[in-house]
Design a protein around this ligand. Structure first.
Ligand SMILES: [Fe+2]
Length: 268
């Protein structure tokens, strides 16, 4: 089973819900039957938890604050991966805002070595570019490659003024899923303008794009189903999505707050 198509939401539009253990949660995407889930998690200052039960594998990225797990510190811009395990001591003295991707219980894709990466200290890879995406001036940092070609997790950045001087462009389809959280920046799409805090989960086989960026972006990307991007470009070209109105696509009915247009430019 797979999580459902949602493209896109601004996570600011979702309400925080308080869990029984004191954390606050915004569930971005979930397969309730298996526990496969993407969420924003807010740990209050002084939070601590000692679990003794079985915990499914988890990838996470610290957006703010600091989280300590098993004596290891994860600060802002740190990426972590924890395989399925029994028991865990997790604390946050200062509080933390964390982007979390919890695997389904027993998922073999979550069986690999734990990772703790200070992503801000990694060099950007600017060498690998798809010829049809040169307008975005892309760079990336690969954070994790799943076992058995099960998926790649990476940071993707693009320069401002990534809008080509053409009226239309081809669209793309992948056989694998794509999942994105906008850490900072802006990207224009036919579904509207994604800004800081935007999120989508797109299963494989869905025609999408074109995408252009006027102000640049830093994205947290996941690619469930393949360790490399496989793209089929359409023959037919679609108009450039300049300032398209917010019109999210989804495989289920979105709550009204999620469909409400959001500010796309800073307010001074
Ligand atoms: Fe894509």
């Amino acid at each position: 089973m797979e999580r459902k198509h949602i493209e896109f939401i601004q996570s600011q539009s979702l309400y925080w819900t308080r869990g029984p253990d004191g954390i606050e949660l915004k569930v971005l995407s979930e397969e309730a039957a298996t526990g496969d889930r993407a969420a924003l998690i807010r740990y209050p200052a002084g939070w601590q938890d000692n679990r003794e039960d079985s915990l499914s594998a988890e990838e996470f990225f610290v957006l703010d604050g600091q989280l300590d797990i098993g004596g290891e510190s994860f600060r802002r811009n740190y990426f972590g991966f924890l395989p399925e395990r029994t028991g865990e001591a997790r604390t946050s003295e200062s509080g933390a805002l964390v982007l979390s991707f919890r695997f389904a219980s027993g998922d073999p894709d979550g069986r690999s070595e734990p990772l703790r990466i200070d992503t801000a200290a990694m060099p950007w890879d600017v060498t690998v570019l798809d010829g049809k995406l040169t307008h975005l001036r892309l760079a990336r940092k690969i954070l994790r490659l799943g076992p058995n070609d099960s998926g790649r997790t990476y940071l993707l950045a693009g320069l401002p003024h990534g809008v080509p001087q053409v009226p239309d462009m081809p669209q793309e389809t992948h056989p694998h899923a794509e999942e994105m959280f906008m850490i900072h920046g802006e990207m224009k799409s036919p579904q509207g303008i994604m800004t800081t805090g935007a999120y989508f989960y797109r299963p494989g086989g869905i025609l999408h794009g074109p995408h252009v960026s006027e102000f640049g972006f830093l994205m947290f990307m996941r690619q469930p189903g393949s360790n490399r991007v496989i793209t089929e470009w359409s023959e037919r070209r679609a108009p450039l999505p300049i300032d398209a109105a917010f019109a999210p696509r989804s495989a289920f009915e979105l709550p009204e707050a999620w469909r409400t247009p959001h500010p796309v430019r800073p307010v001074y």
